[in-house]
Each structure stands twice: as structure tokens, then as C-alpha cells.
Design a protein. Sequence first.
Lengths: 351, 253
Amino acid sequence: MADTSIQSARHDVARRLPGLVVPLVLALAVLWVLFLARGTPAEPAVRDPGRFAVTLLDGITSAGLFFVVASGFTLIFGLMRTVNMAHGSLFLLAGFTAISLQQAMVGKTRNIAPADVSLVSWIVPLLAAAALAAVLGVLLQQVFLRWNQGQELRQALITIAISVVLADQMLRQFGGLAKTMVWPGAVSHFIEIFGERYATSRLFMLAVAVVVGVALWLWLTKTRMGMVIRAGVDDEPMVRALGINVTLVFAVTFFVGAFLAGAGGVMGASFAGVATGKDGDWLLNSLVVVIIGGLGSIKGAVAGSLLYGLVVAFSPAYLPTQYTFYAVILSFVLLALVLAVRPYGLYGRPA
Amino acid sequence: MTGTLLEVRGLSAGYGESQVLDGVSFGMGVEAVGILGRNGMGKTTLCATLMGLVRPSAGEVLLTGQRIDGKSPEHIARSGISYVPQGRRLFPSLTVDEHLAMLAKGTKGKRWTPKAVYELFPRLADRKGSSGGALSGGEQQMLAVGRALLLNGSLVLMDEPSEGLAPTIVDVLVEAVHHLVSEGTAVLVVEQKLRAATAMAERQLIMVSGRIQAESTASELLANPDLQRRYLGVGSAVDAGEHPLEPQQNRTV
Ligand SMILES: Nc1ncnc2c1ncn2[C@@H]1O[C@H](COP(=O)(O)OP(=O)(O)OP(=O)(O)O)[C@@H](O)[C@H]1O
Ligand SMILES: [Mg+2]
């Protein structure tokens, strides 16, 4: 009797521990950034509000980009249980394609200045490149994945194989050098925030991400197709037993998911450039975001992007100087903390 | 029996190695038919196989003379079988209204539209904005039935609709079944509770270990405790309790 009650008490502590540790860690992190930071590249926020504001904006704007890419990944996974390991390849392909299109529209291949770039010669390449990614995504789904619906491991392996092939072809087509898409002149300015200069192009990127997010939300909540997709995420066989042709819904979802990867690729190409190997980086980014947020949840993609974006922005600035090298590890600490409290991610549900 | 709407011949199915249905055969017209059977006899597997959610390993299913066995669930649903599954299987992410709106396309001018469903179950109309998961058991079942009706099928297939519901709610469902049949829609209802089953359908098929073991009528079953004991493992009289076939079941309203 006594034994079991001790055991259950111990079990109870083990279960509650993450719930206690996580708020504590969070509170410490906030305190550190606001007041305590010593020996860090940035002074505590109370003494250097400009640096803090810039870091915060960096986090939020990066989160916008993370969200656009990861929402496509999570949409596809949520409905079809397909882990699309070629998501990063679609990102990269759209980035390279948009750069080539922009160069063609501007009529220069090098030294393009923002002043050369009109809004149209940014948006048209974005839409065209994202559409290319979308069409490729649907082809991939129709030709390779459809027949393996429900076999998650097989689908993951197929998409890995495709990503390897695509990476090779992109290297051949676009070369191994990093390339950058140029922001339109109209949004390439600087504003002043607490005495710090801040690039308006980053705010523009955030605005694009918000537009994408709102459009996605309206599509999922207000349209019949959106309702069917949400129902399919809950219980796909039941949707079919109600006479709904999910084959079409799957294709549309893959189209939209791949479009989002492509749109993110163009935004990423403008924001940080693209190069061989970025496909893997962005697959990893998407994975981290959706694991934090919960696989299959759009709300989770918002929350995961914000948390991940903030950690990525804050850790190099507010870790002690000799440890900034370890900034990247903090993303995985975030991952571990979230999973300790919520094993299926913030908004995830057991499969 | 009036004509043949559904004809099932030697239907067998199972999961992997284990065979659950072992040659089910029966036919029905535009009428209410009950399938009675204890836990684990294969009632749900029969429904899932009829809907194309489980692949049959042998046998045929004909709906108004057309083979539907081996077809996809969406094909079968659109051929005219409306499915109300065991446990309701509502979509937690959707509101009541969205459950119906999602299926409203093509219902215009037909018997069942979302509006008609709300008229049949006024309680649902008050809960339009609630999510499927926030409803009471009775409301959930009404929504599961209403959602199926929007297919405007010729046969409604219900798997244990009375499960876990209070008698007053069961009465609402019984009334809905009679209403459907009087309008020319057939109902095939799976039950393990004698009271609900016999109230919904006079003709009763008895399922034992994946087969239709016997055919009986509501009046015969109610009058004959021997029959109940033999096929359904009931010892006590029917009216002694709400759950003569499954006394340990728990219940919510
Ligand atoms: N998805 C499944 N995978 C494997 N076996 C299953 C599956 N579903 C049901 N079974 C088995 O098939 C048999 C029949 O189950 P079924 O659900 O059809 O019975 P039932 O008559 O509907 O029972 P209940 O009254 O409990 O709903 C049972 O032995 C069950 O364990
Ligand atoms: Mg059952």
C-alpha cells in the first residue's frame, strides 16, 4: 500500500515536472533578456531598447517566412499523413526560378539594384515560381504518392529520393553559387526604431506572410473545400463514406501546400538568398516548426513559427559572447521543452 | 418485403488474417430492417463492408441491381447508401452548421437540405455554431443522422444509433426512422438493444459470429424470451431494463 502510494507520488512529480520547469525557464529567459543579460553581444533590453526592438522584429518577421513554408508542409501532412521530404526542394526550385524570371524581367543578370525592380517584377516571378512548385507538387503526388496513400514510410522515402534528384538537377541548371532575389525598390527603405535602422523589406515580407496566412485561414474556414479538408484531417474515411471525392481534395491540397513552399522559397530568396543545400535547411525549419506546433495544425504552424523565429533571433544576441556559437542548439532546447509538456506539439493530436 | 433494394449474397470480410464476416446473405426492400447481435458479432464490420470501408473477400452486394461490392466508399455513398456510423464519428474541427454546409452542394430541390434537417431536429438548429465535440450524445446522434440524410440516399444505414442514449432521445430517433420509411427511404439499423431495435423495425435479422443466423420479427422476439436467450444471450425479460442485451453499458444523455 505505502509502496504504491510512494510510487504514484513519484510518478506524479515526474509528470508535473515539465509543467513546472517550462514556465520557470521561460520566466528566466524573459528576465535575462530584459534586465540581467551580462557579457552578451546585446545589452539588456532596459538599457538598449533599440537592439531589443530590432531583435524582436527580426524574430517576428522570420516567423512570417517560417509560417509560409511550414503551413504548406503541415497542410499536406494533416490531411494525407504524407511527410513530404521534398518540401525544401520545392522551396529552393521556386527561389531559383523566381530569380531567373526577375533577371529576365529586369533585363540584367547582375548588379540589379532595388531601384531597377518594380513591384510587378517581384510579384509576377513570385506567383509564377510558386505556381511551378505547385504544379510539380501535384505531379509528384499524382504520379508517385497516390498509389502509396496510407504508407507513410514509403511516401517519405519516395520524396527523399525525389529531393535528391531535384537537388542534382538544380545544381546543374542554376549552378552552385548563392543567388539573391532583389526586393522591389518601393519596399527597400530603412526606417528608424529607437535609433536603429530597420529594413522595410523585412516588414514587407511579414505583410506578405500575413496576407498568405489570412487567405489560408479564409480558405480553410469559409469555403466548402476548406471544411472538407478540416473534416478530412479529423477522419478521412468518414469523409469518403459521405460521398466526397477525396482524390480531388488531395490534389488541391498538394497544390496549395506546394504553392506555399514555392512562395516561401521566393520570399526566402529575397530575404537571405538561395543556394545549394538550402533545400535541406528549409525542410528542417519546417519540421521544427510543425513539431513544435503540432503536425497537421495551421494554428500550430503560427505558434511554432513565432516561437522558433523568436528563439532564432534572440539566441545569438542574448547568449553570452563565448557561447553564441551554440545559438543553434537553443532551437532544439525549445523543441525538447515543448515536447516535454506536450508530446504531440502545442496544437497536435495523437494520430 | 417490397421489391429488392439491397441484396447481399455470401458476403465475407475481415481484417488481415482474421475473418469476421462469414457469408452474410439477406435482401431488403423499402422498409426498416433490424440487425441484432451481441458484442463483437461483426455488425460494424458488416456496415463498414457495405460502405466499402472494408474490402470484402467474397460475395456480392447489389443496390437496385447494381454491384457495389469492391467499389470505393464515395462511390457507394453516391449510389444511395447514407451511413450513420457507430460512435457517430463527427468531425471535431467542424461546427454543426459546417457539418451540414459541407454536404449541402447538390441538395437544392431534394428532400433533404440543411434546412430540412434543422426542421427534423430543432435541437440542432439551436446549436449551429457549436463544434461537433461540444454536443450532448443525443445531439451528436441527431447530427450524424442529419449529415447522412443530406446525401438523399435510398437507404440509410445506422450502426447502433441508440448506443449510450437516454430513452427519450431514442424515441426521437425511432420516430425519425418511421418518418423516413413512410417517405420511401429504407433503413437498415444495427442494434444490440432489443427495445430500440424492435421499436425501429418489425423485421429483424439475427447475427451470430459473422452470419445471419435467423430471421424474426419484433413481436416474436419480444414475446419469446427463449429466442432472446438463444440468439442474444439474454436471460431476463426485455422490459426489465433498458439494456437487456448489454447490461454493463454506460450511458449519457
Ligand atoms: N479494425 C479492426 N481490426 C481488427 N479487428 C477488428 C477491427 N474491427 C473489429 N475487429 C474485430 O472484428 C470482430 C467484429 O467486430 P465488430 O466491430 O464488427 O462487431 P460488432 O458486432 O459491431 O460489435 P459491437 O457491438 O461491440 O459494436 C471483433 O472480434 C473485433 O475485435
Ligand atoms: Mg459495432
